[in-house]
Design a protein around this ligand. Sequence first.
Ligand code: FE
Length: 235
Amino acid sequence: MTTTRRDFLSAAVTAAGAAVTGDLSHANQHDHDHEHQAVPSDLTLRVKALESLLVEKGLVDRPALDALIDTYEHKIGPRNGARVVARAWVDSAYKQRLLTNGSAAIAELGYGSQQAERVVVVENAPNLHNLVVCTLCSCYPWSVLGLPPVWYKSAPYRSRAVIDPRGVLREFGLELPQDAEVRVWDSTAELRYLVLPERPAGSEGLSEEALAALVTRDAMVGVAKVTLSQPGGPA
Ligand code: FE
């Protein structure tokens, strides 16, 4: 995130007055069956129309599409990322490689990407918290996190994560100490970010597999911390 881009966003939002006033806590509280805000209302229809046309012309078939979506939503999902994080927690040499070259270290565990993007891993510390956003659209490290959640793509999150990251984190239920530094990372098509959360206190005796089970998608985007008990489990 450059200062220039940050300034531009702030100015744009100021000019737009109350245009960006979404309720992220609401967005985070329940499963969604509706869009929240500024995603164009005809987008879903356009996608459906495109899918229907492709199916009609025999270029794709619906079961194949469903399988692809299911793969990204449930099989790839955030579990790949959780295994990467757990490995970094138990293997300091791996962690070093992960922080030095995220894509290569992720590939070591067999998680490649069909996209050509580079994944950069940013590490949280007691006085440093990283938050990932894509201010332009919804760029996201699919290979390790699967499909982005609705709130990640929402206009309120995309703008407010930059302008008021602490306020956004508060709405996700995460209150940071005043002296903690918050870094916001703006993703692009070529460069995407994964947060390496802090290993929770009291997890010293856990296996790598048990550690991975604690790591949530939200913690790897930077809107949550990893705790020993995850209420509701990973989404
Ligand atoms: Fe994007």
